[in-house]
Design a protein around this ligand. Structure first.
Ligand SMILES: [Zn+2]
Length: 179
């Protein structure tokens, strides 16, 4: 499975979720999970763990997100979306058997992990909406990243990465120039 294929699939799944569930920012990850028949739980784990996805034949798929106070709400939402990505990308690919992905802070980013991150970014920050809100906040470049993070329910770091991907400048120099 090539990374390109995974990424386009991730994109397709994210678009489909927005279209069929009529989501509005911040995207309701619990609703997305519920519609997919996934049991989404929040539980405190050791700080090294972000979340996990588990599918045992004959049982509903389970996602557990680390709700420890060291994981900010935006981070937890990104993890939930990432695990939903595991569900969608694993579907139909595995022979009968259990599927488990454990995501830790140091999990190596192979093509599956990158595709799940991509899915999470697209689900939480769709290009069209990010561009619209970015434009709308043109008069407030100093606080734009923070406001976008608040509106889309993600971390400022995730917003910055998304803006970089979309080629939207978000930094302001001391002369007020954006870069
Ligand atoms: Zn993962």
């Amino acid at each position: 499975m090539t990374r390109v294929h995974f990424t386009s699939e991730a994109e397709m799944f994210a678009h489909k979720a927005w279209d069929t569930l009529e989501l509005t920012p911040p995207a309701d990850v619990d609703l997305v999970a519920r519609k997919l028949g996934i049991d989404l739980h929040r539980q405190e784990f050791v700080p090294e763990i972000d979340g996990l996805y588990l599918k045992i034949p004959g049982c509903p798929p389970v996602i557990a997100v680390n709700s420890s106070y060291v994981k900010p709400p935006g981070r937890q939402r990104f993890t939930a979306a990432h695990e939903i990505g595991h569900h969608l990308l694993a579907k139909g690919r595995t022979v009968a058997g259990r599927v488990m992905f454990l995501d830790c802070t140091d999990t190596r980013k192979n093509s599956t992990e990158l595709a799940c991150d991509k899915f999470a970014a697209l689900l939480l920050m769709p290009e069209k909406l990010i561009r619209e809100h970015y434009q709308e906040l043109a008069g407030n470049p100093d606080h734009r990243v923070a406001i976008l993070a608040e509106r889309f329910g993600v971390s400022s770091w995730a917003v910055q990465r998304r803006l970089r991907e979309l080629g939207l400048p978000y930094k302001v120099d001391r002369f007020g120039r954006r870069y």
